[in-house]
Design a protein around this ligand. Structure first.
Ligand code: NDP
Ligand code: GUE
Length: 299
């Protein structure tokens, strides 16, 4: 029987641990962890994610502040807001929702966030710590950290001898995911749009992670029987069966046909997505502990 990995349940247990760490921190005389989420423009999907993040931060007992800037915000104004949040002693974590409107350059914005407040794990200092094998003193990118917790449920901490394929090489997900898998001693391949014969690479993989953004790209005949499949893709596709003009979310993996071949598979929705938000809360509570000079929990 294939295991359908329950990301909601795994996220709920992370959230429980985060909430309890936040409560303990506060009852020992420190202030609440503070998370600032910055969103520019009015993309409805981004707004939905940001409100989910703000809601969850409140549920964890954080001080959660949302900054909503108009579409026409300038690079200077956005950078000035980040500088103010860097200097704000009440703020432990800063997240700038991506993608930014086209006229803005995200890289200087991300790099201007203080590394110790970079709860997205995208600052070069945090990316560099991960790349050099320091997983303890920086902040990890939320989605790969969450995906790794799901992999650990199936395989434990040591992935020695296992082949892993990550499809996608973004800074937000693919690269840090590959590094986490490598750190756990998997033999890692990274596939992308210029790879030759992805299906053949996939058939070698004991652990297949798909983060492309192409609905149901990974088919049943790509899988090694008994593989663990982690689906990171979030694709909104038409769902006429739900009514005219309705949409549904699907991943990068053709779930129904892949499920019988896999040992374990994460669904979309209800897989990696909820873990991303949970790990953002985990990073915020870690940053708050470090700022307070108290030993931080690990997740
Ligand atoms: N569940 C969650 O919490 C999160 C989900 N996501 C989702 O994950 C997906 C990927 O996100 P992200 O990494 O930010 O996306 P990017 O668009 O930054 O990266 C996509 C990657 O997929 C590769 N790619 C594109 N087309 C193909 C193809 N036909 N064959 C093989 N590789 C291809 C690209 O290759 P190349 O580099 O050559 O262009 C690139 O490396 C999206 O669906 C996104 O919504 C992202 C973050 C969080
Ligand atoms: N700076 C930055 N950091 C991010 O981590 C970041 C970002 N920008 N921009 C966009 C992507 C995407 N992302 C998701 C978070 C949660 C779900 C999630 O909770 N998904 C639910 C479904 C939600 C729904 O129903 O719409 C699920 O998969 O079950 C999905 C996707 C974070 N991202």
């Amino acid at each position: 029987m294939t295991v359908v990995i329950d990301g909601k349940a795994a996220a709920a247990s992370v959230i429980e641990a985060v909430t309890s760490a936040a409560t303990t921190l506060e009852s020992s005389g420190h202030r609440k962890p503070g998370l600032a989420v910055v969103i520019v423009g009015d993309d409805p999907a981004s707004h939905a994610y940001v409100s989910a993040k703000s809601r969850m931060a409140k549920q964890c007992g954080f001080n959660s502040i949302q900054h909503t800037l108009p579409e026409e915000t300038s690079q200077e104004d956005l950078m000035a807001l980040v500088a103010a949040l860097n200097a704000d002693p009440e703020i432990d974590g800063i997240l700038v929702q991506l993608p930014l409107p086209k006229h803005l350059d995200s890289e200087p914005v991300i790099q201007s966030i203080l590394p110790e407040k970079d709860v997205d794990g995208l600052h070069v200092v945090n990316a560099g710590k991960l790349a050099t094998g320091d997983l303890k003193t920086g902040l990890l990118s939320c989605t790969p950290a969450g995906a790794m917790i799901l992999v650990r449920q199936i395989h434990g901490k040591d992935l020695s001898g296992l082949n892993a394929l990550v499809i996608g090489r973004s800074n937000l997900f693919g690269k840090p995911m590959a590094q986490l898998l490598l750190n756990a001693s998997a033999t890692v391949t990274i596939g992308h749009s210029k790879s030759r014969d992805l299906p053949e690479l996939a058939r070698q993989a004991d652990i297949l992670v798909a983060a492309v953004g192409r609905a149901e790209m990974v088919k049943a005949d790509w899988l090694k029987p008994g593989a663990t499949v982690i689906d990171v893709g979030i694709n909104r596709v038409a769902a006429p069966e739900k009514g005219e003009g309705k949409f549904k979310l699907v991943g990068d993996v053709a779930f129904a046909e892949c499920k019988p071949i896999a040992k374990a598979i994460s669904p979309v929705p209800g897989g990696v997505g909820p873990m991303t938000i949970a790990m953002l809360m985990a990073n915020t509570v870690i940053a708050a502990h470090r700022r307070a000079g108290v030993a931080a929990p690990s997740f």
